[in-house]
Design a protein around this ligand. Structure first.
Ligand code: FCB
Length: 468
């Protein structure tokens, strides 16, 4: 069976991580603009003022996407570029920029997937309480309406939030991401509720204002526990662990059940007790607007086995287990079990909205960027994804993170996730070996994955597969 014929082979980025032009053409400030200016917050005090300068180089970047052969491109819109103060006045130049990007993507046959919010919250809204303010859901829906009115004649795929676990958890609970606050747990839960509500209201706004038929999704973390063996008890333990409630903000069901089931999970209500905020009963109806797909961002996974009672127990990695440059464990079966478990629970088509690895890349003496680890990593994860497709999981597409090396949040430019190498001082782009390898995967709709990462000649294979 393998990948569907119209499988969307893509790559992803986000606005703050690549655009730069932080103070240009009427853009307002985001919490990341402020956070990066505070010494010690970001690795080597890096910031996204210039980033990949994509705001000025989008045409070159789209040409490179075309060269790689991408079918889809997942990008985000900067809310403060469009509405500088988060609410109220619109910045026409901001919308013009996204217009140009969309037009140029479509010109070369690449389908845009638009994420409305990928963490760059309008700074001005912090003075109004940000996500703590019950009105914050309406602010987001109003912003969604503005974007949809402008772009939906051409854009068909919308994603409301990217990894809300991270922007709320890291941003407002443990403080390592912008805006760097540490609220009480009960306030954190209140914010979660407003973010979920903002998702629901944005879905309503998109449906009400879209000019063409559209598909709407949500892209939380796809935190996956994988069974240590294929025994039914280990599989069941892994499923349980994947959907366990935790006190940590890294959990799936508190963030996903309200959207798909219209209720918070019992286990969470019990564990969080009095910290759970009161809210109007109707909120859950708004939050659970039907959506068309679930995006999963999957990078790493925990292996688990069942104990004597069938309960999940973590299985530690063997000494010397494989890790990425970020020290994230390499567990390819995550892209098999993740889509499978989530599709079984929520009965919804799946996209992998992010998957990839940071590697220690540099330009070799031959002028090229050789990244065999990334090729092997992607090959392994994609083979597992293919297995999930074979087993009947409805997987529509895959967005590699990331098109370009970029600003990796509190880790600055230390981590390189790109298919394309960016030499920041000159802004020169170089396609890494993995980009050429990915081109083959795309051209062959995944058939070249059977080569296990071996370098192949894309042009040759193209002829071979095109003709037969
Ligand atoms: C995810 C984020 C994305 C990127 C990758 C490495 O958590 O959504 O912006 O930073 O991690």
């Amino acid at each position: 069976m393998g990948f569907k014929k119209d499988f969307v082979w893509g790559a992803a980025t986000s606005a703050y991580q690549i655009e730069g032009a932080a103070y240009e053409d009427g853009k307002g400030l985001s919490v990341w603009d402020g956070f990066c200016k505070e010494p010690g917050r970001v690795w080597q005090d890096h910031n996204g003022d210039i980033a990949c300068d994509h705001y000025h180089r989008y045409q070159e970047d789209i040409n490179l996407m075309k060269e790689i052969g991408l079918k889809g491109y997942r990008m985000s819109i900067s809310w403060p570029r469009v509405i500088p103060e988060g609410v109220g006045e619109i910045n026409p130049k901001g919308l013009d920029f996204y217009d140009r990007v969309i037009d140029n993507l479509l010109k070369v046959g690449i389908t845009p997937y638009i994420t409305l919010f990928h963490w760059d919250y309008p700074y001005e809204l912090i003075y109004r309480g940000g996500w703590l303010n019950p009105d914050s859901a309406n602010w987001f829906a109003d912003y969604a309406k503005v974007v949809v009115e402008r772009l939906s004649d051409r854009v068909k795929y919308w994603i409301t939030h990217n990894e809300p676990q991270c922007f709320i958890g890291f941003g407002y609970y443990d403080g390592v991401n912008a805006p760097g606050f540490k609220y009480y747990f009960s306030d954190y839960l209140r914010m979660v509720h407003h973010v979920l509500l903002s998702h629901g209201k944005a879905v309503q706004a998109i449906r009400a204002h879209a000019k063409t038929p559209c598909q709407i999704g949500y892209a939380p973390m796809g935190l996956t526990s994988c069974p240590a063996t294929n025994s039914p008890t280990d599989i069941e333990a892994a499923r349980q662990a994947t959907f366990n409630i935790t006190k940590h903000f890294f959990n799936n069901i508190w963030w996903d059940d309200p959207i798909f089931f219209g209720r918070y999970p019992e286990s969470g209500l019990k564990l969080y007790g009095d910290a759970v905020p009161n809210f109007p009963a109707d909120d859950l109806k708004i939050i659970s607007q039907p959506i068309d797909f679930l995006g999963l961002n999957i990078y790493q996974a925990q292996k688990v086995r069942a104990d004597q009672n069938g309960n999940p127990v973590d299985v530690p990695g063997q000494t010397g287990y494989p890790m990425t440059a970020f020290r994230w464990v390499v567990e390819p079966s995550a892209t098999y079990w993740g889509p499978r478990f989530f599709a079984e629970r929520y009965h919804v088509p799946i996209y992998i909205t992010e998957n990839g690895m940071s590697n220690i890349d540099w330009v070799s003496l031959d002028g090229k960027v050789h990244d065999p680890q990334r090729i092997d990593f992607l090959n392994r994860f994609l083979l597992e994804l293919e297995k999930a497709c074979d087993d009947g999981v409805d997987i529509r597409g895959y967005f590699q993170w990331s098109l370009l090396d970029n600003f990796e949040w509190a880790d600055g430019y230390k981590e390189r996730f790109g298919l394309i190498y960016v030499d920041y001082p000159t802004q020169r782009r170089i396609l890494k070996d993995s980009a050429y390898w990915y081109r083959d995967v795309i051209v062959t709709n995944g058939a070249s994955l059977q080569n296990n990462g071996a370098a192949v000649n894309a042009a040759f294979r193209f002829e071979r597969y095109a003709s037969g």
